[in-house]
Ligand binder design. Structure first.
Ligand code: 13P
Length: 255
């Protein structure tokens, strides 16, 4: 499902983003289609939340009807780079988003801030919205090096503290909010910042309502359709877009 234009901060203020990072799951196309189909069916009447699914590259062509993102891309648009996938290819498959700089890629694939910075620039040229994952301000500064303010505005920053990823030990909304405030001091104020790390249906809404994040990056819980649908419903219920119109109204003290 292609978007007519890249999303803006204002869009995310109206509708929190819930981004599913499936990581290296599931193992078969049938399972991927089933998971995607269940989420699509069970969330079709929920308007107050924007859902983006980021499956492994290989399942992208089989999925449609919800916004799609990839989990990585290369920094060149084509050429002799065995095994790589370019932003242009992802755009052609219907992706609008790409996760870049995830801590698992930094750890296991030895991705550096310089590589991530190059990937962001190429992704922006292909009209993909980069979701830059960081756990500290140094990664933010190096990842966004040389970007113009108007380019910064097109990014989504995902604060993902490593201690919270896949551990069942989330960062508290209070602590996460401190990091959100620190990020805003460094980068364009009108940038969407989301939280990731052990998000589940119990804590999801707190990051939006109490800490003022524009959305969530959900790992493990996005592979369990019942739990992921609860995450979506709880966030939608906490910030009812129709009645309140925007997160500004929902939690005015945060802005
Ligand atoms: P968990 O939600 O499994 O902690 O993973 C978070 C994550 O890495 C999302 O990108």
């Amino acid at each position: 499902m292609w978007e007519a234009r890249p999303p803006t901060y204002e869009d995310h203020m109206q509708k929190p983003l819930i981004i599913a990072n499936w990581k290296c799951n599931p193992s078969t196309r049938e399972q991927a289609e089933h998971l995607f189909g269940t989420i699509k069916r069970e969330t079709k009447n929920i308007n107050g939340v924007k859902i983006v699914i980021c499956p492994p590259f290989v399942w992208l062509p089989s999925l449609n009807g919800l916004s799609l993102g990839a989990q990585d891309c290369f920094w060149e648009k084509d050429g002799a780079y065995t095994g790589e996938v370019s932003p242009k290819m992802l755009k052609d498959l219907g992706c609008d988003y790409v996760i870049l700089g995830h801590s698992e890629r930094r750890k296991y694939l030895k991705e550096t801030d310089e590589m991530i910075n190059k990937k962001i620039k190429t992704a922006l040229k292909s009209d993909l919205t980069p979701i830059l994952c960081i756990e500290n301000i140094s990664q933010l500064k190096k990842g966004t090096k040389d970007l113009l303010r108007k380019e910064q505005k097109k990014l989504i920053i995902a604060y993902e503290p490593v201690f919270a990823i896949g551990t069942g030990k989330p960062c508290t909304p209070e602590k996460a909010k401190e990091m959100k405030t620190a990020i805003k001091k460094i980068i364009n104020k009108d940038i969407s910042i989301i939280y990731g790390g052990s998000v589940n249906s119990q804590n999801a809404a707190d990051y939006i309502k109490m800490a003022g994040f524009q959305g969530l990056l959900v790992g493990g819980a996005s592979l369990n359709p019942a739990e992921f649908i609860k995450v979506v419903k709880n966030v939608a219920r906490a910030c009812p877009v129709v009645e309140l119109r925007s997160l500004r109204d929902c939690a005015p003290k945060l802005f």
